[in-house]
Write a protein that binds this ligand. Sequence first.
Ligand code: GRG
Length: 300
Amino acid sequence: MRIEEYLEWQGPILEERLARRVAHRGQYEAKVWEAMEYSLMAGGKRLRPLMLLLGAGAVSGCCAQEVFDRVYPFAEALEMIHTYSLIHDDLPAMDDDDYRRGRLTNHKVFGEAIAILAGDGLLNLAYETMIEALAQDPAPGKILAARTIAHAAGPKGMVAGQTADMLAEQQKATAAHLDFIEENKTGQLITAALVAGAQAAGGSEKQIFVMKRAGRAFGKAFQIQDDILEIEGDEQELGKPVGSDAEKDKVTFVTIYGIQKAKEMAAGLSKEAAEALRDFPNEAGDLLREWIQALIYRKK
Ligand code: GRG
């Protein structure tokens, strides 16, 4: 199977599962559900959840629906957390962006109060989804997967990275500061996708270690590519304006290393991630390798 076939196969299943999670309405709280649905169902590459499934497949030695079904709630939770972070990141108090995933940002449509609550709603629904899965099957690996995701999203992970990023804007970040930001703001959730997938499917310690290595290298490559697209990308394809980092005078891998060096770094890191994944000589491992390398040439 090629990566396009995998995405065409699991993509619609994931969409349906996510849509069901945000279907609730209610007499007085309908607005927040509408806002949650608006951002969660706005497309997006679904990189993290679909990688989590492949992480599970890679340690299980196969790419079967029954393997994916056992870990799906963790994949759904991860996408909910990612979407909450985008909603909050776009708020006037943070990056103050008007477009995301090809449409107006959540606060532009629903107002700031509802956008904050929609983010809160998705974050909490993510934890409810994982805990519900654990209540049904408290397998040790699944408990570790929930811990991995919570750690990556929290104040030792994405929240730490976002904090460092918010403060860096007024401080002129050094290369070390930038590394901290990117490793935590972007890298932790991406690494968590591979690691939590492997853990939830009962992977060994050695397998988890390899996933962590691959995730860290790929997470950094992905962020560097994001910085490159911020300059060279096409607004239509990206679904958001380009050049806003420069406007805000933000320090990125491109401003520190220059575009050519940044491209070389991204290619080297994605190769490193793909090499690590050779430890999984099966279809899911092959798909991960193919996808990681293709994402370095992504246009959105
Ligand atoms: C608010 C706690 C908090 C954190 C926000 C995600 C994030 C942290 C900030 C987004 C800023 C940004 C543009 C980071 C670059 C990398 C990144 C996370 C891009 C968006 O992820 P994609 O490309 O988006 O996977 P889609 O829309 O495809 O899901």
